[in-house]
Ligand binder design. Structure first.
Ligand code: PLP
Length: 394
């Protein structure tokens, strides 16, 4: 075969990708072992039935054809309305680009702001696809860590220090995957100040905007001077329980969104027609949104209540999203060894924090993607495991 491009070969350099514990657990589960999977960020429940019924209706009604490149007009209007709600900034349909999932919106944002050879800053811990997304467009990036003891809030001074002459963008994610941290207004104001002074784009991944455990979601897009330099990544995967439907969107200044329609032209050529129509109905009627948010808030409480009294475990971040981040460094500073031992002993699969960068090492990420009773039981077993772990090591 002729040589593949350097660009495609370089997206995921070979070697460890951090998913080893998860895939081993998955394989064992497939083989019949009773493994409790707390390692994956996908809902354990189906898409709300109203959305499913809407899709069946639309496909039966003959909506099988090409759609407008940036999304059908009603879908864009519905997305704009949700962006107005989630970011607190009035938003029009032409400030929105519909994409197949949040990941595509992220790719669009990175493509639109970075040239090959440009530089970006990414705040860690971060969602696992971020480095590959920068590499896919040939851009360099610097990882700036947050600190567990600050609740994983971004460190503005460290971010400013990482700026280089060719830096064009900063990428953040709040509520955060993997830490569950929700960035405070003060943290976001400091980031906004840096973006304005250095004339940078802020790429704000807000796919968990609705899952905040009742806390306020603050979008940096709403801060003074930021609307013109913020691109918000959004998705129906988490908020509307639609991971497999692949619907997301990017919100930003109209001239940038206009340019990005050309990216849809050469990549997706629009979204599936009947899926777009069902998604529109789900957005307009908030199908599942409040229920899903309430479900994760309740699960967080159930898990943490059942874990109470595990003195060697410290909860960090863990305010929103679908995740809980536990500092287990007092039990074992090697979080990967801890995760393997937890899998072998208690048959519970979690993600080692180190899979999300050094900032989260010494931690494990718990995905709250199991029913209440399974989560309660897993927390009790984790507590028991930690007690025994220390004794064995002594
Ligand atoms: N951003 C973050 C922080 C995520 O956790 C995810 C998915 O887990 C995505 C983006 C991608 O979302 P989607 O499933 O809509 O592509």
């Amino acid at each position: 075969m002729p040589t593949p491009s350097t660009r495609i070969s370089g997206i995921i350099p070979s070697g460890k990708d951090g998913w080893e514990v998860h895939f081993e657990a998955y394989t064992r589960k497939q083989a019949g072992e009773a493994i409790t999977m707390l390692s994956v960020g996908d809902h354990d429940f189906d898409t709300p039935s109203e959305t499913v019924e809407a899709c069946v209706r639309e496909v039966r009604a003959g909506h099988h054809h090409y759609t407008n490149l940036p999304g059908i007009p009603r879908l864009r209007r519905a997305m704009a309305a949700v962006s107005a709600e989630s970011t607190g900034v009035p938003t029009t349909a032409d400030q929105v680009l519909a994409t197949p999932g949040g990941q595509s919106a992220l790719f669009a944002a990175v493509t639109a702001t970075l040239d090959p050879g440009s530089h970006a800053i990414v705040v860690a811990p971060y969602y696992a696809t971020y480095p590959g997304t920068f590499r896919a467009v040939g851009a360099g990036f610097t990882v700036v860590e947050t600190h567990a003891e600050d609740g994983f809030q971004p460190d503005a001074a460290a971010i400013e220090k990482a700026i280089e002459p060719n830096t064009r963008a900063i990428l953040i994610n709040s509520p955060n995957n993997p830490t569950g941290a929700i960035y405070t207004r003060e943290s976001l104001e400091k980031l906004a100040d840096i973006c304005i002074r250095h004339d940078l784009w802020l790429l704000s991944d807000e796919v968990y905007w609705s899952i905040t455990g009742g806390r306020e979601h603050i979008s940096p897009r709403a801060l003074p001077g930021m609307e013109e330099r913020t691109l918000v990544i959004n998705s129906m995967s988490k908020s509307h329980g639609m991971t497999g439907w692949r619907i997301g969107w990017l919100t930003g200044p109209e001239p940038m969104i206009s340019l990005l329609i050309n990216l849809n032209l050469v990549t997706t050529y629009g979204l599936p027609d009947f899926v777009s129509r069902a998604a529109t109905e789900a957005l307009e009627n908030r199908y599942g949104v409040d229920d899903i948010a309430a479900r994760y808030a309740a699960r967080r409480t159930i898990f943490l209540d059942a874990l109470a009294g595990a003195n060697d475990i410290v909860v960090r971040g863990s305010e929103g999203g679908m995740y809980i981040m536990l500092d287990i460094s007092a039990v074992d500073p090697d979080c990967e060894a801890f995760a393997w031992a937890l899998l072998d002993t208690e048959k519970i699969a979690v993600m080692p924090g180190s899979s999300f960068g050094d900032a989260a090492s010494g931690h494990i990420r718990i995905s709250l993607t199991q029913p209440d009773d399974i989560l309660r039981d897993a927390a009790i077993r984790l507590k028991r495991f930690v007690g025994g772990y220390k004794r064995d090591a002594a």
